[in-house]
Design a binder for this molecule. Structure first.
Ligand SMILES: Cc1cc2nc3c(=O)[nH]c(=O)nc-3n(C[C@H](O)[C@H](O)[C@H](O)COP(=O)(O)OP(=O)(O)OC[C@H]3O[C@@H](n4cnc5c(N)ncnc54)[C@H](O)[C@@H]3O)c2cc1C
Length: 595
């Protein structure tokens, strides 16, 4: 399917969108007047913000307002198989990274499309729905970095369990069930698709563990993924949090409204926000207790900087009064990804019609190490099991990842009469750091995003080593039995390098680097916020979203962000317990279970 066809389908969906078929699932638009006061204002109803607003409004005395720049998610967001059609629409912020004239030069724009959800549910409404928590060591290292034991794996595990409603009968009838929740809001299921089994065997033969449950005790190995899908519906936080709580009288959701500034009194207390409403009114809205910013790792630093919180030099260069000189926007991290494909069986058998209630392509996910003493996976690889003559991978390549058409054409041609295994391999612990800065003082301008991709040469060397390690699967019995072939994507700048050599992979890694859309770390705990997620040097202001991660976890970031939101909501409730007359017990209950 070419780009034009994708755009036509998106156009058809946008027409269907005008019928507002999904509106009944989500809260109604709040009616907010200028200078209205709430107890809490949450900025951004994404993966984190929706959870926080939901949890804070569990206490009927709390009047909670969540303000979201986008509107209700469309049908394409709720039906898992339609996910490829969401990017580059009004449901995406459509940010791009800066061209560094170094990495990602095999992309049409010589930079990356930084897809971000622009609707209720944020990233959870547009993402690839992998349910992955990462490795225990990730959180123990956070706890060590910020010197606070409450962020160790043992301490945060109850928050993962609190949100989860696992529905997988195999895990639930195994000892692994002890590490899963069944009473949360977030439905989680596993797809057992037969097409994937032979590949699991091949990875086993190549020396990898096969892991029943990577969210259990062993997070290194190949596995069948768990998805945030239940009963065929994407479990966006818009649906499972805001939707489920939409009739609460104390929960107010203001949609299609952009927060442009956080307001402070002379004592540095955050007292509210300024926002532009759907009908272009400038609103001042007040918060009696706290403002919580959950606008995501690209928009949260932007809003803080527009409000005078950020690096002094940068704010001064923008003529913004400095309220607090903090390293906002620095420490940007992302999981960078490279495509590696194999042609497998020769066949022209037509593919089974896709089930729209499943992930669009059968998948095996690997978490692997080259350094065998590493306690956490060093790389993650999504293995798409692609039927012959399929356009799905071409669409992913050219549209979702933004590679040059000629490169994607090679993938398409490779799949003519051949099944394929297409890996998206990502570096789980990048050393490179990027930065988010302001383009101008205008809140409508997108932020400047310098990803810093591969700026630390260790990332390039590691990526090459991981690609080479992964490619060993080509020597296994199944791959040999079908005369599998590595697909050379023939990147011009890598011409002449021996196919599969370390230098070949190093070159591919540099020019083909794309994103897994896991932006994080721009308001990191320990530097911008303290371990209770309070912004330093000001009061009554917290950040709670992927921005606060000091480093990336060894997996995807949606569920870790939801964990952060659960913990943030508990901390806020704790800090305001006396004022609310509420119960401290609810917040402590889950952790007692693990003592
Ligand atoms: C294409 C894609 C695929 C991904 N795949 C996976 C996956 O398979 N598994 C996984 O675990 N993770 C995945 N992720 C990552 C994961 O979804 C994100 O890390 C997570 O959603 C981040 O949550 P957040 O709360 O920090 O930000 P977001 O969820 O982005 O929420 C921020 C919200 O704030 C709103 N907002 C921003 N600025 C303002 C403002 N000024 N005023 C009002 N509202 C504002 C935004 O519209 C948005 O709704 C993927 C992400 C993308 C984009």
């Amino acid at each position: 399917m070419g780009v034009q066809a994708i755009l036509s389908i998106q156009q058809a969906f946008s027409v269907i969108g005008t019928l507002m078929l999904t509106a009944y699932l989500f809260p109604k638009q709040a009616n907010v007047v200028d200078y209205e006061e709430f107890d809490y204002i949450v900025v951004g109803a994404g993966s984190a913000g929706s959870v926080i607003a939901d949890r804070l409004s569990e206490w009927p005395n709390n009047r909670v307002l969540v303000i979201e720049a986008g509107g209700d998610p469309p049908v394409e967001s709720l039906i898992p198989g339609l996910l490829p059609f969401l990017p580059q629409t009004k449901y995406d912020w459509n940010f791009t990274s800066e061209n560094d004239n170094y990495s990602s030069q095999s992309h049409t724009i010589k930079a990356l499309n930084l897809t971000c959800g622009h609707m209720l549910g944020g990233g959870s409404s547009i993402n690839y729905m992998m349910y992955v928590r990462g490795c225990a060591g990730d959180y123990d290292s956070w706890a060590q970095t910020v010197q606070d034991e409450t962020w160790s794996y043992r301490s945060i595990l109850p928050y993962f369990l609190k949100s989860e409603k696992l529905k997988d009968p195999e895990i639930l009838s195994s000892p692994a069930k002890l590490l899963h929740g069944t009473n949360g809001f977030l439905g989680v299921t596993r797809e057992n698709r037969q097409e994937t089994f032979k590949y699991l065997d091949a990875f086993k033969e190549a020396g990898h563990n096969i892991v029943f449950d990577v969210n259990g005790r062993n997070s290194i190995g190949y596995t069948l993924p768990l998805y945030t899908i239940a009963d065929g519906i994407r479990q966006t936080t818009a649906y499972v949090n805001l939707g489920a709580s939409k009739d609460r009288k104390n929960l107010h959701v203001l949609k299609n409204t952009l927060v442009t500034e956080i307001l402070f009194d002379k004592n540095r207390n955050a007292i509210g926000v300024k926002a532009i409403s759907a009908d272009n009114r400038v609103l001042t809205i007040l918060a009696k207790k706290e403002v919580i910013v959950s606008a995501g790792a690209l928009n949260t630093p932007k809003l803080l900087m527009l409000s005078g919180i950020g690096p002094k030099e940068h704010l001064q260069s923008m003529n913004i009064n400095v309220r607090s000189d903090l390293p906002v926007g620095l420490n940007l991290q992302d999981h960078v990804v490279v495509i590696i494909a194999f042609k497998t069986e020769r066949t022209n058998a037509p593919a089974e019609p896709a089930n729209p209630n499943q992930f669009p392509i059968p998948l095996v996910v690997g978490y692997a190490t080259v350094n065998k003493s590493s306690p956490c996976a060093e790389y993650q690889v999504f293995n798409f099991v692609t039927p012959s003559n399929s356009a799905a991978i071409y669409q992913l390549c050219v549209f979702n990842l933004g590679y040059e058409e000629s490169l994607c054409q090679k993938l398409l041609e490779a799949g003519i009469g051949r099944n394929m295994l297409v890996g998206m391999l990502n570096l789980l612990h990048p050393k490179s750091r990027g930065r988010v800065t302001l383009r101008s003082k205008d809140p409508l301008d997108p932020p400047v995003v310098n990803l810093g991709t591969m700026s630390d040469v260790r990332d390039l060397n590691n990526m090459a080593a991981y690609l080479q390690d992964y490619a060993k699967v080509n020597n296994t019995s199944y791959f040999k039995s079908v005369n599998a072939e590595l697909v050379d994507l023939q990147i011009a700048r890598c011409a002449g390098l021996p196919l599969g050599s370390r230098e070949y992979w190093r070159c591919n890694a540099l020019y083909m680097t794309s994103t897994m859309f896991h932006y994080a770390g721009t308001c990191a705990m320990g530097t911008v916020v303290d371990t209770r997620l309070r912004v330093r040097n000001v009061k009554r202001l917290r950040v709670a979203d992927a921005s606060v991660m000091p480093t990336l976890p060894s997996g995807n970031t949606n569920v870790p962000t939801i964990m952060i939101a659960e913990k943030a909501a508990d901390m806020i409730k704790e800090d305001h317990t006396h004022n609310n007359g509420g119960s401290y017990f609810s917040s402590k209950f889950s952790s007692w279970l693990f003592i």
